[in-house]
Design a protein around this ligand. Structure first.
Ligand code: GCV
Length: 716
């Protein structure tokens, strides 16, 4: 009996240790396995000298103390004065005494207000490492960067690191509703427990802030863009204030979504017309009310006249009128307006891919200085692959911020392992040619192309209250990678994967090498088994879970997959060339020329821009039908290879995360085959051709796949 109890206790303890691993994200701070290395680090790190005393400075030194103590396996203590021990000295420019300043010879002009410098220095013949910045928040970022060096087992000799974020606003967009459901959320319910706020501060809020600060995220929009005006009432604002207070020491500002009709819904007014003085005054008063309790409130994110949301067009006004009215309200307090360009209308017969550009490009130069237009990475909607949005680079006088989707609405939810930084990097590296060759999307976004004052990158969060935050253990890498790329849009996603794996799992090369490769290939795998060769938006209706290329009965034409693939006896694909909808003309002439010509259009985007005959010869010699079928099969094979990789690394991973990923990969494999079979059976009706050798025969009929229903698919 006793032994049974002991076994039970042991199981509980080991389960909670594993669960903690899941929860701790990339901030595991595991004790360094290599003892020689640990001893080496210990000779350079005998203490911490913390010079600041602001909330952020205290937070930083605690994080450093905890991180180092855990990784070095010895208590590393914090002192306020330098002594004879080799120390990590932390403090902002103004806190450094003349002795440290002289020894470091730091030129603070090399960094911006959020940047940091990590430098090996010598004082009285003793080696120290200085982590500094113009402001305390820079020091905080420097500390996380230093901890990452140790986490990834890098040398800390002769350090001279100078780094600043390349964008101003690095922000998560939570599509969280006030009832705690999350639109397109696949990791449980919302983190924000509105009912218990403001008095109950969940430890999660603090750990959320730590995780974000560690990757440089400095803003969070707490609420869904499909907004509820109640968030702007005093009852909710005091809850928002409580969250802002938790996030402040971590350099994170709080933003809210503004429902355009709020003056009617919570203000008792008869209209929300932006040209009506009473409405403008209502927003001014609302802004003042918010800033009185949250002085560093960031501003509003707005989805207006998009998918049924209210907006200025309800009153015969335009997006400029709406955005500028709100901009005036927050301007006195230093706030900004992030106005989304995700618009398309059922009343517009134009190609949906053209509508946002057509509407927003002519507004260039008309927005107030504190407005930034938020544009999705592609012109349709967060597909596994889309060519970059034509608005990037097309508005020299209007800053644009990137909107990526970290949550995997169209990429297998949180059941599929897809490493998204690969997708993000592909978009950021794309050449818009708007100011000649080399005018990449990254240069638009970081403001270097047109010298914009405000710059930013937003990511639609994949975070919920699941123990592991993101549903899939590897989806944590997408949150991490988003933050790293928002900090520096030129980073290489493979390096980010390396960092993340080492910080989250271990430094053993036998683990890192194969698992990194698995992550890197995972993005192309999902494109292959869902939407190869430029296919897009062929997911099932509403929830977007699984294939639905046959769907044709929705009220709005552009909600139907048949609108996007246009398969018929002659071929497949959306003709956006000069002879089709001429969407290519929205790009700079050089890019337009590349996309317009069948010969030069990258094959990965082929069916995005062209309707191509089934017999069209692809670059590898296959005809289109065979090539497409082989791509679907390749995607399935890639998932199988991912399973094989994972099954070999069991000894490097705790059993819980090992099993979770193993089960999820099994689901992904099943679903990759589902995608392949359903799509090929459906398109085969049009191609009229046999499956080529090498492609497995479907085990179910098309009718079977068409009959599948998912009434409670999450996130919908
Ligand atoms: C928040 C897509 C999603 C919607 C989302 C919308 C948007 O259409 O399916 O859930 O709404 O994008 O980005 O506004």
């Amino acid at each position: 009996m006793i032994s049974l109890r002991l076994i039970f206790l042991f199981l509980i303890i080991s389960f909670s240790a594993s669960a903690q691993k899941d929860y701790k994200l990339w901030l595991q701070y595991d004790k360094i396995a290599n003892t020689d290395l640990r001893t080496k680090y210990l000779s350079d790190i005998q203490g911490i000298v913390s010079l600041g005393n602001s909330e952020t400075a205290v937070t930083s030194s605690k994080e450093l103390e905890n991180g180092l103590t855990e990784m070095l396996g010895t208590k590393i203590t914090v002192k306020s004065k330098l002594d004879q021990a080799s120390s990590i000295i932390i403090g902002s420019e103004s806190s450094l005494n003349s002795e440290i300043q002289k020894a470091s010879e730091i030129d603070f002009n090399q960094i911006n207000d959020e940047g940091f410098i990590i430098k090996s220095i010598s004082i009285k013949n003793k080696k120290h490492i200085l982590i500094s910045g113009k402001k305390d928040v820079g020091v905080l970022y420097g500390i996380y960067s230093f901890l990452r060096l140790i986490q990834t087992n890098k040398s800390i000799q002769n350090l001279d690191i100078i780094d600043s974020p390349k964008t101003n606003i690095r922000i998560l967009n939570h599509w969280d509703n006030l009832d705690r459901t999350v639109e397109r959320g696949y990791a449980g319910f919302s983190l924000w427990n509105w009912q218990k706020l403001p008095d109950f501060i969940d430890q999660r809020y603090i750990d959320y802030a730590r995780a974000n600060a560690s990757i440089g995220i400095n803003g969070t929009v707490l609420t869904n863009v499909n907004a509820n005006a109640l968030i702007l009432t005093p009852q909710y604002l005091e809850k928002v204030e409580a969250l802002a207070k938790v996030f402040r020491p971590y350099g994170i500002k709080v933003y809210l979504t503004a429902r355009f009709s709020a003056p009617i819904e919570i203000g008792g007014l008869k209209t929300a017309d932006p040209k009506d003085a009473a409405i403008a005054n209502w927003w001014k008063a609302k802004a003042k009310e918010i800033y009185t309790i949250i002085p560093d409130f960031g501003g509003f994110l707005v989805k207006a006249n998009s998918e049924g949301q209210p907006g200025p067009q309800n009153y015969g006004r335009d997006h400029v009128d709406g955005a500028n009215m709100l901009a005036d309200a927050v301007a006195p307090f230093g706030g900004i307006i992030m106005w989304r360009a995700f618009v398309y209308s059922e009343h517009d017969a134009n190609d949906r891919a053209k509508q946002a550009y057509a509407e927003f490009q002519p507004y260039d130069g008309k927005f107030k200085e504190n407005v930034i237009v938020q544009v999705k990475n592609g012109a349709i909607d967060f597909q596994p692959r889309e060519p970059f949005h034509p608005l990037f680079g097309a508005t020299p006088k209007t800053p644009l911020m990137m909107e990526f989707q970290i949550t995997q609405e169209y990429l297998g939810f949180s059941t599929h392992l897809v490493y998204l930084p690969k997708l993000f990097q592909e978009v950021l590296e794309s050449d818009t040619y708007q100011k000649g060759k080399g005018s990449t999307v990254a240069k638009v976004v970081d403001g270097t192309l047109y010298k914009n004052k405000i710059t930013g990158i937003a990511g639609v969060a994949n975070i919920g209250n699941d123990i592991n935050w993101t549903g899939h253990p590897f989806a944590q890498a997408n949150w991490y990678g988003f933050g790293r790329l928002a900090w520096n849009p030129y980073l290489d996603s493979e390096i980010i994967a390396d960092e993340w794996l080492r910080s989250t799992f271990c430094n053993d090369e036998n683990f890192i090498r194969p698992v990194k490769e698995m992550m890197i290939n995972s993005r192309e795998a999902v494109v292959n088994y869902m939407t190869p060769l430029g296919l897009h938006h062929i997911m099932d209706t509403g929830h977007h879970y699984g294939p639905g290329p046959w769907v044709s009965n929705l009220s709005r034409p552009e909600w139907n997959p048949v609108y996007y693939h246009k398969a018929d006896k002659n071929g497949i694909g959306f003709d956006r060339s000069k002879t089709g909808t001429n969407a290519v003309a929205q790009y700079a002439p050089e890019a337009a020329k590349i996309f317009d010509n069948l010969e030069t259009c990258p094959e990965k985007d082929l069916l995005w821009f062209h309707h191509v005959p089934w017999d069209y010869k692809l670059k590898d010699g296959h005809n289109l039908w065979d090539g497409m079928a082989l791509k679907y099969q390749e995607g399935v094979n890639q998932v199988k290879a991912m399973q094989e990789t994972w099954n070999k690394i069991e000894k490097y991973v705790d059993s819980q995360r090992f099993k979770e990923v193993q089960m999820l990969l099994n689901i992904q494999y099943k679903e990759a085959k589902w995608w392949r079979d359903a799509c090929l059976l459906y398109f085969q009706q049009y191609s009229g051709k046999e499956l080529p050798i090498g492609v497995e025969k479907p085990t179910q009929s098309l009718e079977y796949f068409q009959s599948l229903k998912f009434p409670f698919a999450p996130g919908n």
